[in-house]
Ligand binder design. Sequence first.
Ligand SMILES: [Zn+2]
Length: 221
Amino acid sequence: MNQHVLDIHTHHEDGKPGEAIICKMPHDFVPTPGYWYSVGIHPWEVLNIHGKELLDLHSLAQHHQVVAIGETGFDRIRPLSQFTQTLLFGNHSNIADEVGKPLIIHMVKAADLLLAEKKKLNPQVPWVIHGFRGKPQEAEQLLNAGLYLSFGEHYNVDTLRATPLDRLFLETDEATCGIGFIYDKVAADLGMEVERLKEVVKKNIDCIFFNGDSRMFGQKQ
Ligand SMILES: [Zn+2]
């Protein structure tokens, strides 16, 4: 194992180096050595982006500290044009495929839209839905389509228990609690030792976010 990431999605930048994947918009991506990032245009921000944002995203996607693209996605609670969200999502997905990095997805009441896009775009990289709070039935559809689920501070415990361990990630997102608290809570809900849970999730992170990228690690061990 060649990395120490425990938290695949956070907006906090005050954690230990290398422990989280920090989510940034292209215009505020200022990488600190030793930290990992995802870069994308959040669907809530589509009305605030400037013209160069997509071009910048395209070039930043290749940065060696950027290990994922996003968050991007669909949000039916916010008054955003579905057309614009779909267009931007398609752009992010294409960029992710081009650079061979997974896509981090924000999805609120839009599983149908996401599944339709999955069929249409036929992505070559893993898609990870962050902050998943859906019910087991919705999770099953998404898992059957090959997607991964990331759980944060709030989740449906039955969904968590029904998620195969090799499709599971954990995150803090905007939570004020640390990632350690989330591991403790999830381990208790799964009836697992927390150290064992960390091993399982780190293995997933290694496989999905870090595997095969020789630019990042030089030689593999
Ligand atoms: Zn987020």
